[in-house]
Write a protein that binds this ligand. Structure first.
Ligand code: MF3
Ligand code: CO
Length: 285
């Protein structure tokens, strides 16, 4: 049986922790999430300028550290379970949790940058795909499919729908495009806790699982592969790669369940959150 707890709006209450019951948040929490989500989105907007041929991934890490400092925020991944960086940078066949190390971006690479910022006790968590130089057709296609898969998951969100509906929407779409869904990682509850209950699986059956209620706050972050879904963990115990070394792509938004649907907290004010924006802009000029 799922249990839900109503969280009183106490933005500065630092005693909130991960629980197995699902937290339902009120309007003040949504305000806090809007601020944290917007800052995370602006950070990812600015990361776009760094993603060029020759940029070491560590430059992205330094940028996120400086950006957070400037805006009185804290990168949530820094020191999280022993993770030592302010973001994750996952290039090509890296599925997630790639280290922003000295490795340089190369022409044709695709990279996911995942940033989570804590602002006044609220967590914004989001990731996007960027392409370096000229992406290959297959890579571009995968990026579009991963974004659409996330959006189909988000669009399944409304009070009364169930977690299986989100997973099904993602899985059904990705597999209809002959891509596969990684099963080893999932989205999560978020709010005043970085990773909270419930797990948001990227596969499932319609009308199964936990029922969604107004006030729930969580991430949707599917990882989609061109090849097979299996992943393996590298020696560093963090970096997850596709076993068949096929390309992988991921997008992530932090969202809240509203009375009649959903609110996305991590939308870019410049509308840079979706792939293909550059193309659209140049087409309209
Ligand atoms: N931002 C990532 C997420 O989507 C965090 C990965 S866990 C970390 O949940 F330890 F690498 F930070
Ligand atoms: Co997340």
């Amino acid at each position: 049986m799922d249990t839900y707890i109503y969280v009183t709006d106490a933005p500065k209450d630092r005693n909130v922790r991960r629980t197995e019951s699902i937290k339902l948040y009120g309007p003040e929490a949504f305000e806090g999430m809007r601020r944290a989500g917007a800052l995370t989105a602006v950070c990812l907007d600015e990361v776009a300028d760094l993603v060029r041929v020759g940029t070491p991934l560590s430059d992205i890490n330094s940028f996120v550290i400086d950006f957070a400092k400037q805006h009185h925020a804290r990168p949530a991944t820094l020191g999280y379970e022993g993770y030592e960086y302010a973001c994750c940078t996952s290039v090509n066949h890296v599925v997630c949790h790639g280290f922003p190390n000295a490795k340089k971006l190369r022409d044709g690479d695709i990279v996911n940058v995942d940033v989570a910022l804590e602002v006044d006790g609220w967590y914004g968590d989001s990731s996007r795909m960027y392409s370096v130089g000229r992406p290959k057709r297959a890579a571009e296609r995968l990026i579009n499919i991963a974004h659409e898969a996330m959006m189909r998951g988000i669009e399944a969100v409304r009070p009364g729908a169930r977690l299986g509906d989100i997973g099904f929407a993602i899985q059904h779409y990705a597999t209809s495009e002959r891509c596969s869904v990684v099963r080893d990682f999932c989205g999560h509850g978020i709010g005043q806790v970085f990773h909270d209950a419930p797990n948001i699986l990227n596969f499932g059956r319609p009308n199964t699982g936990t029922e969604l209620r107004e006030g729930m706050i969580f991430t949707i972050e599917p990882m989609i592969n061109i090849g097979n879904p299996e992943v393996k963990l590298l020696e560093d115990n963090w970096t997850a790669v596709t076993r068949d070394r096929s390309l992988s792509a991921q997008f992530e938004h932090s969202i809240g369940v509203t009375a009649d649907g959903f609110e996305i907290f991590t939308l870019s004010p410049k509308c840079l959150h979706a792939p293909g924006v550059d193309l659209l802009i140049s087409a309209s000029e």
